[in-house]
Design a binder for this molecule. Structure first.
Ligand SMILES: *Cc1c(COP(=O)(O)O)cnc(C)c1O
Length: 365
């Protein structure tokens, strides 16, 4: 690759990617452990079959039926009325975020995130030639509001990312903090403020969708990868003022969302009650992981997501390997002293807890 006439900012860089060895218990990338329920599989097959006959034509470029169904889901669960004009969908929320940075970031512009947070925010910034600013957090990983407001005032970013619940740390941000950051950002310059709610269905806090009222530069980003248990589908979406949706259409590729994807997502949206039932099971298992890890003497960050950050390890990579050697893969996100485990099935979580119990014994010895 070094011999290619590659863009300078990409030279010597590595692509995003968690290690993915084939082990029995996969608790590393925040997927749902549950296969899609059989009635939904049948409905997907039926809807895709119907779509297949029309694959000689381009798909609905504006995905109106899907955006209408997503708006209905958000209205029902987010306690804020939305229509298709407020909603945009793409291949995973990563593509939604990329489209936002293509439209609102880019060369000569900057974006800020409060780290540690979702590493794709900075990577998408790099890919779109948007300057990246790493904003501060407290030692306990909550947002340091005063320092964050200072950083926004000093750097005057064009795009602000707040992830709630945050990945990889797990805790949610309260609405007052988000409003204070939004106002600080708008004081600095008119900027786009993106709330990444990939894990909101797992949180004890309500979605921040009602904050969209009267805040034309606010965007809430969501995904079917986590709570819908459909990471393989690649469907993310946003809710915002209709003008933001119009702006994103300036940069989206025509027909970016295939007819097969649209049909599959529509089928999944017919089964939200079943899928959200799995979310309740996973929340119970997440709370059990927090409790049992604390009982074992680990330091555990409060979690509103489908994963738990735990430590402290002198050598997190060695601890990661120890757990892997027992057939369980978790994630080392590079947060000093800590690892992250996704909530799996009760049996998978038992296997994980056995592996860390072992580790604790060795460390204690
Ligand atoms: C997993 C995740 C996403 C989802 O990405 P998709 O492209 O929709 O699969 C977005 N934001 C955060 C913080 C995540 O952890």
């Amino acid at each position: 690759m070094d011999d290619l006439p590659l863009r300078d900012e990409l030279r010597g860089k590595s692509p995003y990617g968690a290690p993915h060895p084939d082990v029995p218990v996969q608790l590393n990338v925040n997927e749902s452990p549950y296969p899609l329920p059989e009635p939904l599989v049948d409905r997907i097959a039926q809807r895709v079959r119907e779509a297949a006959r029309g694959l000689n034509r381009y798909p609905d470029r504006d995905a109106v039926e899907l955006r209408t169904a997503l708006a209905a889901y958000l209205t029902r669960t987010g306690h804020h009325p939305l229509t298709a004009a407020n909603v945009w969908a793409a291949n995973g929320s990563n593509e939604v975020l990329q489209q936002l940075l293509q439209a609102f970031g880019g060369p000569g512009r900057t974006a800020i995130g409060f780290e540690p947070s979702y590493s794709m925010h900075s990577l998408i910034a790099r890919g779109t030639s948007t300057g990246w600013i790493s904003g501060p957090r407290h030692e306990d990983f909550t947002i340091d509001l005063d320092a964050a407001v200072d950083a926004i005032a000093a750097h005057r970013p064009h795009v602000v990312f707040v992830t709630t619940p945050n990945n990889p740390t797990g805790s949610a941000v309260d609405a007052e903090t988000v409003v204070a950051l939004y106002e600080a950002a708008q004081r600095a310059r008119p900027s786009l403020f993106v709330v990444d709610e990939a894990y909101t269905e797992f949180s004890h806090r309500p979605s921040l969708l009602p904050l969209l009222e009267g805040r034309p530069n606010l965007v809430v980003s969501r995904t079917m990868s986590k709570a819908f248990g459909a990471a393989g589908l690649r469907l993310g979406y946003l809710a915002a003022d209709p003008a933001v949706v119009d702006a994103v259409q300036l940069v989206r590729l025509p027909y970016h969302l295939s007819a097969v994807t649209q049909a599959t997502a529509l089928a999944a949206l017919e089964h939200t009650d079943t899928l959200l039932g799995y979310v309740e099971q996973l929340k119970t298992e997440r709370d059990r992981l927090v409790e049992e890890l604390r009982a074992l003497g680990f330091e555990v960050t409060d979690s509103d997501a489908n994963f738990v950050q735990f430590g402290l390890f002198e050598d997190p990579q060695a601890a990661w390997q120890h757990i892997l050697d027992r057939g369980v893969i978790v994630r080392n996100n590079g947060v000093p002293g800590r690892l992250r485990v996704t909530a799996g099935t009760p049996a998978e979580n038992d296997a994980f807890l056995d592996a860390v119990r072992d580790l604790k014994k060795e460390q204690g010895a």
